[in-house]
Design a protein around this ligand. Structure first.
Ligand code: HEM
Length: 506
C-alpha cells in the first residue's frame, strides 16, 4: 500500500504543476496589458517624444500599436483608448476615478492640499452645475448683456488691433464681473494690462505647472502669485458684494461658502481655479468660432441673413425675442459647436483604481486612462469629412434637449461632465458679434487675422484663416465699431437695443 501511494504522488504533483502553469499562463494571457511605448531612458521613458507634440504622437501610436496602448513617461503609465468600447468604459466604469486623476495637477497648479481638494470637490461640482445650468443662466442674461456693452464702451473706438486681444479684452472682464462680482475686474489701464499678462502666462504654463516643480518655472510662479494676491486682497469685497438680484449669490460667493465651511486659507486658490476654468477654454473657442466663420463666406452670409430675418424689423428699445425667433439663430449655435468640435481638448483623464478590461487587454490599477476628444472628433464614422468646418452636421443634434452629437466629447461625459458647457456656448455667441461686425467689410477675404490660440495638446492644426494683415488698423477700427453696435443683440439673443435694419445696411 505505501508503495502504491508513493507511486501516485509524483504523477499528481506533475499534473498539479501542469495545471497551475497552464492556469497562470492563461491568466497572464487574459491580463495581457496593452502594448507599452517605454522609450529607452529609465523613468523618463518616452517623455521627450511624447512631450514634443502629444497629439501627433497619440495618432502615430494608434496607427502603429492599435486602438489601445500605454505610454510610459516621467514614471507614469498613461493608457490611451481610441475606440468606442474604450470610450464607454472611460465614462461609465466604476473602476475609474476622475478626482484622483486630477488631484495632482490641481494641487500643483493652485497649491490646494490634496485632502482639502478631495473633501470639497464633489460639493463644489454640484453647486457649479446648478449655478451654471440652463435654468440659472437665463438669470445671467441681463447682466451679461449690460457688462458686455460696458466693456465695449470702455474699449473706445480704437479697438485692440488684434482679434485675440479683442476677445480677451471683452471676455475677461465680463466673466469676472458676472461670475465673481461687479467691479472686481480692474479698471486702471496699467493693472488691466498686468492682469492680461499674468493670466496669459499662468494659462499657457498650466500644463507645465501641473507637473514640473514650481521652483523651476520662475515666470509662471510669479504670475500665479500675482493672481493669488489679487484674489487675497479682494476676498472680503467678494463676500460683501450684494448683487442687484438681491439674495442670489454670485458663483464665486457660492464657491467661498462651501470652501470656508472647511477652511478659510484656501479661498484665493479656489478663486484662481474658478477663474482659470471659466476662461481658459472659452476665450480660444470664441476666437476659433469667429475664425472659422470668417473663412467660410457662404456660412457667414447665411448667418447674417438669419440675423436680419430675426432683427430686421425690430424697434429701437430692448425687445424680448420669442422662442421661434431665437430658433432662427440656430446656425450661430451650430457654428460654435462645430468650432468646439474642431478645437476640442487634447486629452482628458481618469485614474484606474482596479484592473479594467478594454478590448482584449486588461489595464492595470494605477494607470492613468486617457482619451482624446480632439482625435475622437476626427472619426469619419461619426463626423464625415471630419476636418471640414460643417455647422450643418449639428442639425441632427437635439440641442433643445441639450443633447450633442454621438461621439462629441469636448465637455467630457458622465458624473463630472464640464459644468460650464452651457455657459460656454453662450459665451461663444460673443464671437458672433465680431463676425457680424466683419460682415461690413466687403473685402474681408483679404482681411485681418492674427495667429490664434492653439488647442490644448500642442498640436498645430492647419490654420483655417487667410492669415494676412492687410490694413490691419483701419479694418480693426471699422470692425470694432460694428462689433460694439451688435454686441447687445448677438450676445445672448434675448434683448435688442438698436434698430438692426439700419445696422445691416451700414
Ligand atoms: C469651450 C469651452 C469649454 C470646454 C471645451 C470645456 C471642457 C471641459 C472638460 C473636458 C472638462 C473635464 C471633463 C471630464 O474630464 O470629463 C471640464 C471641466 C470643468 N469645466 Fe469646462 N470647458 C469649457 C468651458 C468652461 C466654462 C466656461 C466653465 C465655467 C464657467 C467651465 C468650468 C469647468 C469646471 C469647473 C470643470 C471641473 C469639473 C470638476 O472638477 O468636476 N468650463 N471642462
Amino acid at each position: 500500500m505505501p508503495d502504491n501511494s508513493m507511486g501516485l504522488i509524483f504523477p499528481t504533483l506533475i499534473l498539479f504543476l501542469v495545471v497551475v502553469t497552464l492556469f497562470s499562463f492563461l491568466q497572464r494571457k487574459n491580463v495581457r496589458g496593452p502594448p507599452c511605448i517605454r522609450g529607452w531612458i529609465p523613468w523618463l521613458g518616452a517623455s521627450f517624444e511624447f512631450g514634443k507634440a502629444p497629439l501627433e504622437f497619440i495618432e502615430q501610436a494608434r496607427i502603429k500599436y492599435g486602438p489601445i496602448f500605454t505610454v510610459f513617461a516621467m514614471g507614469n503609465r498613461m493608457t490611451f483608448v481610441t475606440e468606442e468600447e474604450g470610450i464607454d468604459v472611460f465614462f461609465k466604469s466604476k473602476k475609474l476615478n476622475f478626482e484622483l486623476a486630477i488631484q495632482n495637477p490641481i494641487c500643483h497648479t493652485a497649491s490646494i492640499p490634496k485632502n482639502i481638494f478631495l473633501t470639497l470637490h464633489e460639493k463644489l461640482y454640484i453647486m457649479l452645475k446648478g449655478k451654471l445650468g440652463t435654468l440659472n443662466l437665463y438669470q445671467f442674461t441681463g447682466q451679461l448683456t449690460e457688462e458686455l456693452h460696458e466693456q465695449l464702451e470702455n474699449l473706445g473706438t480704437r479697438g485692440t488691433m488684434d482679434l485675440n486681444d479683442l476677445i480677451r479684452h471683452v471676455l475677461y472682464p465680463v466673466t469676472v464681473n458676472v461670475l465673481f462680482n461687479k467691479g472686481l475686474f480692474l479698471t486702471n489701464k496699467r493693472k488691466i494690462k498686468e492682469f492680461h499678462h499674468h493670466f496669459q502666462v499662468f494659462d499657457e504654463g498650466f500644463e507645465y505647472g501641473s507637473q514640473v516643480p514650481e521652483c523651476l518655472l520662475r515666470n509662471w510662479s510669479k504670475s500665479k502669485k500675482w493672481l493669488l494676491t489679487l484674489f487675497e486682497k479682494n476676498i472680503s469685497d467678494i463676500k460683501a458684494y450684494k448683487s442687484a438680484k438681491g439674495n442670489s449669490l454670485t458663483v464665486m460667493q457660492a464657491v467661498l461658502d462651501i470652501v470656508e465651511m472647511e477652511t478659510s486659507e484656501q479661498s484665493s486658490k479656489y478663486g484662481l481655479l474658478t477663474l482659470w476654468a471659466s476662461l481658459s477654454n472659452a476665450a480660444p473657442i470664441a476666437f476659433w468660432t469667429l475664425g472659422f466663420i470668417l473663412s467660410h463666406p457662404d456660412i457667414h452670409k447665411n448667418i447674417m441673413q438669419s440675423i436680419s430675418s430675426v432683427f430686421g424689423t425690430a424697434g429701437k428699445d430692448k425687445i424680448k425675442l420669442s422662442e421661434d425667433e431665437l430658433k432662427k439663430l440656430l446656425l450661430i449655435k451650430w457654428c460654435i459647436l462645430e468650432a468646439v468640435r474642431l478645437r476640442a481638448p487634447g486629452i482628458i483623464t481618469r485614474k484606474v483604481m482596479k484592473p479594467v478590461k478594454i478590448l482584449n487587454h486588461t489595464v492595470p490599477a494605477g494607470d492613468l486612462l486617457m482619451l482624446s476628444p480632439f482625435w475622437q472628433h476626427r472619426n469619419p464614422k461619426y463626423f464625415p469629412e471630419p476636418e471640414l468646418f460643417k455647422p450643418e452636421r449639428w442639425k441632427k443634434a437635439n440641442l433643445e434637449k441639450h443633447a450633442f452629437l454621438d461621439c462629441f466629447l469636448a465637455f467630457g461625459r458622465g458624473k463630472f461632465q464640464c459644468p460650464g458647457r452651457v455657459f460656454c456656448i453662450w459665451w461663444g455667441s460673443l464671437s458672433q458679434m465680431g463676425n457680424a461686425a466683419l460682415n461690413i467689410n466687403k473685402e474681408y477675404d483679404t482681411c485681418w487675422a492674427t495667429k490664434g490660440p492653439e488647442p490644448s495638446g500642442e498640436v498645430t492644426p492647419p490654420c483655417p484663416l487667410p492669415w494676412q494683415r492687410l490694413d490691419l488698423r483701419s479694418l480693426t477700427i471699422h470692425c470694432f465699431a460694428l462689433f460694439k453696435k451688435y454686441a447687445m443683440v448677438y450676445a445672448f439673443g434675448i434683448f435688442k437695443t438698436r434698430n438692426l435694419t439700419s445696422l445691416a445696411t451700414v
